[in-house]
Write a new protein. Structure first.
Length: 251
């Protein structure tokens, strides 16, 4: 069966790899992103809209378009997120704190809210939230991001409880450090905050996993495909790490 899939922040990084994986599986895919240039460059066959996931008015317009064009939604990947500031708690800027939570947590809630309104009448659907291993363990110098990603897991579990009786499943993927431009920026900021070299921080992240390597975005996409499949029909309310088994969260 061809699924109708919405992925927020789907024109870059993990989201784009997810989008391509669902498209390759024969699904209809619609992505959003705030990066207009990336939206314009999304591969043909994937629909794309420039949209801020934390802007509810814009998301309402998006869901109305999905309802008009597709008549429903089968899979939501609430993937929008930003890294937020890197600083000790004593130096944390409140405006930056709020901005980080707005995208990472408010954006997930807004997407789930409007997806639920489409999925409940159909009595079926899958919601996949992108959290992080930071939402399982915490990460020094990343308080807003960590708080948001813990919040995403709590949101997911509550959504799973509320919507399970309506045939809707919800789970969260918790990637570890994923290869790509975002982790490069995180490593550079953390290196500056700790007085280390970026190479030393990167090696610390890798050595803190059992697999001794960073995760690839394709690994995260593979988990999303599984969670959206009938093979996961009894998997709900779970926060699933895709991280090579992180055991040292302070590289």
């Amino acid at each position: 069966m061809t699924r109708r899939v919405l992925i927020t922040a789907g024109a870059n990084g993990i989201g784009l790899v997810m989008a391509q994986a669902f498209a390759d599986a024969g699904d209809r895919v619609w992505v959003t992103d705030v990066d207009a240039a990336a939206v314009a460059a999304v591969p043909s066959g994937i629909r794309a809209t420039c949209c801020d996931a934390s802007d509810e008015a814009a998301m309402i317009t998006l869901f109305a378009a999905i309802a008009d064009d597709w008549g429903g939604l089968d899979v939501l990947c609430a993937n929008a997120g930003i890294k937020g500031p890197t600083a000790g708690i004593e130096d944390m800027d409140l405006a930056q704190w709020h901005a980080c939570l707005a995208v990472n947590l408010d954006g997930a809630m807004i997407a789930a809210k409007h997806a639920a309104r489409m999925m409940k009448p159909a009595r079926s659907g899958v919601m996949i939230f992108t959290s992080s291993t930071s939402g399982l363990y915490g990460t020094p110098f990343r308080a807003p991001y960590v708080a948001a990603k813990w919040g995403v897991i709590g949101l997911m579990k509550t959504v799973a409880m509320e919507l399970g009786p309506h045939g809707i499943r919800a789970n969260a993927i918790c990637p570890g450090s994923v290869n790509g431009p975002r982790i490069d920026r995180v490593i550079e900021a953390e290196a500056a905050a700790k007085g280390m070299t970026p190479d030393a921080v990167r090696q610390g992240y890798a050595s803190g996993t059992a697999m001794k390597q960073l995760t690839d975005p394709e690994d995260v996409a593979a988990m999303a495909l599984f969670l959206a499949s009938d093979g996961a029909k009894m998997v709900s309310g779970q926060a699933l790490a895709v991280d090579g088994m992180t055991y040292n969260v302070d590289p």
